[in-house]
Design a protein around this ligand. Sequence first.
Ligand code: SF4
Ligand code: SF4
Length: 83
Amino acid sequence: MSTKWYPFIFKNQCTGCMACVEFCENNVLEGLDSKAHVKSKDNCIEGCKDCQAYCMVKAIYFSDELEEMMKDGIIKCSCGEHN
Ligand code: SF4
Ligand code: SF4
């Protein structure tokens, strides 16, 4: 069984450029209060990381990366909201 796959957006790093929102053709992301948000987790395609490549400030992460970052002590929380 696989973990549900979708991007985590670190809100304090997001500049609100909306490149990821515009890039994703699967309607996963939306802009709200000048930040990107995940609005439709179920639309995200497992294994896809395409939107991450468009984020110039590295505000987008995926579950596999968050697990590593938590293991290495780089982040304490994997919710994507507080880092
Ligand atoms: S990982 Fe792919 S499908 Fe999911 S939000 Fe990013 S671009 Fe869209
Ligand atoms: S590309 Fe990065 S900085 Fe731009 S809206 Fe998306 S998460 Fe925020």
